[in-house]
Structure formats: C-alpha cells, structure tokens
Design a protein around this ligand. Sequence first.
Ligand SMILES: NC(=O)c1ccc[n+]([C@@H]2O[C@H](COP(=O)([O-])OP(=O)(O)OC[C@H]3O[C@@H](n4cnc5c(N)ncnc54)[C@H](OP(=O)(O)O)[C@@H]3O)[C@@H](O)[C@H]2O)c1
Length: 248
Amino acid sequence: METSSGIKDKVVVITGASSGIGEATALLLAERGAKLMLGARRSDRLKALADRIAAAGGEAAYIPADVKRRDDLLNLVKLACEQYGKLDVFVNNAGVGPISPLDDLRVEEWEEMIDINIKGVLYGIAAALPVFRKQGFGHFVNTASTAGHKTAPNQSVYSGTKFAVRAISEGLRQEAGDKLRVTIISPGFVRTDFVDAVTNPELKAQLLESKDRFAIAPDAIAGAIAFAIAQPADVDVNEIVIRPTAQG
Ligand SMILES: NC(=O)c1ccc[n+]([C@@H]2O[C@H](COP(=O)([O-])OP(=O)(O)OC[C@H]3O[C@@H](n4cnc5c(N)ncnc54)[C@H](OP(=O)(O)O)[C@@H]3O)[C@@H](O)[C@H]2O)c1
C-alpha cells in the first residue's frame, strides 16, 4: 500500500458529490483513473453520477452521507477502505451558503452553515485523519471560498465559516508532518445550484443575475483540485484561489 504522484488508482472520497463542484470533480478524477467513494444526502443523484462514471469506464461507489452526522463520515471512509483497500484523498467539499443580512435574523440558516461548513469539515477530518496516520500517507482537499479571504455585507456568517475552514486547514497542515498533504481550494463565484439555498428574495435575485453574468463553470474548480492531487507526494499545493476574471 503506497501513495504516488498522479491521479490514476488514487482512492478519493468526495463529500457533497451530488451536484456542482463535487460532481464536476468526481467526473474529472474518474476520467483520470481515480477510484471514487461519493457522499451526499441525495442518493438518487449519487446513483446517477456513479452510473454515468461506470458507463464511461470509471470506478465509483456511493453512500448517502450527511456531513452533519459524524457517523456518516466515518462510514464513508470505512466503505472506501473496505472497497478499495486504502484512502488517498478526502475532499471536504459539502457546503451551503444561504447568505443574508444579519438583521434578517435567519438564525437557523446561520446554524446550518456552521454545522455543515465547519463541523462537517471537522467530522471529515476526524474520519480520515486516523486512517491517513496509520497508512503514512493521505491528502485533505478542503473547500473554502474567496469569502474566506475577504468578507462583505450579507456574507458575515458564510464568510466566517470559510475563514474557519482556512484556519483549520492551515493548522492541520502545520500539524500534519512530512507525510500528509493539505490543500485549501478557494473558489470565487461558480455556476452551481449554490444560490438556490438563499432565502432572502432580493439578495437571491441579485445573486442569480451575477451568476448569469460572470460565474465560472465548476469544471474550473475540478481542474484545480485535480492539479493539487496530481502533484508528487513531496509537493503540497497549499491553497488555490480561483475566481472569475470578472469578479471584483
Ligand atoms: N458556487 C460558488 O459560487 C462557490 C464559491 C465558493 C465556494 N463554494 C463552495 O463549494 C462547495 C460546493 O458547493 P457548490 O457550489 O458545488 O454548490 P451545490 O451545487 O449546491 O453543491 C453543494 C453540495 O453539498 C452537498 N451538501 C449540502 N449539505 C450537505 C450535508 N448536510 N451533507 C452532505 N452533503 C451536503 C449537496 O448535496 P446534498 O444536497 O445531496 O446533500 C451538494 O452536493 C461548498 O463548500 C461551497 O461553499 C461555492
């Protein structure tokens, strides 16, 4: 059991693989020969994705996994190891962004963002880290955001969760030692279903307009994730910020 450079035959777990960036990443990595274990809540979509990958000659299995439940993440990692015999990469991608002004007091949505975007990532780390330590290799790819670099009105809580993802990931990198890699992916505006979760109507309309105008394809983020994974084991791509050319 060993890790290597490149993507072929690497075992990759992806959370939030049922749409958007997670789905695009699964398709690209499968095309390059990775063996995938896909997790998300919508298992019908995971099944369709796994079938599509298999039809194209790739390898993918899936299991319903809600990142709010620590046991689901433990299970995701366990199944990946049982099915493929090792785990090379854990992509902590699941996330939600129902942004709104703090004055709206959409407190349940604040809690949802904290539970999924921060605690979900921590549960992912807690599931994969012991396996990586035992193996002596492993790679975390954690999805933050440009909102994790700079905050703006309406984004306080979402932005706070993504600052937290960056802080946790950088701390993990420093603790990881010379065998484990940690990559932060910070996308700007990407054309996915992400805006659907926004419940403030004015804000949602503005975001949909901006999305149509300049958001980039999720494939662009998948390409960045693939780049980080493909590096030799002694090369850790620490962070990639990738935003639309037209994003301020
Ligand atoms: N789109 C953007 O502009 C943008 C910009 C910066 C960062 N990001 C980040 O990119 C990541 C992916 O988002 P996306 O743009 O691809 O949006 P998306 O198309 O809405 O995908 C979000 C994914 O997260 C999953 N998810 C949500 N809650 C979950 C939970 N409790 N447990 C497990 N999975 C859950 C969803 O699957 P289920 O609903 O099936 O569970 C879905 O697969 C997120 O971390 C997001 O913060 C997005």
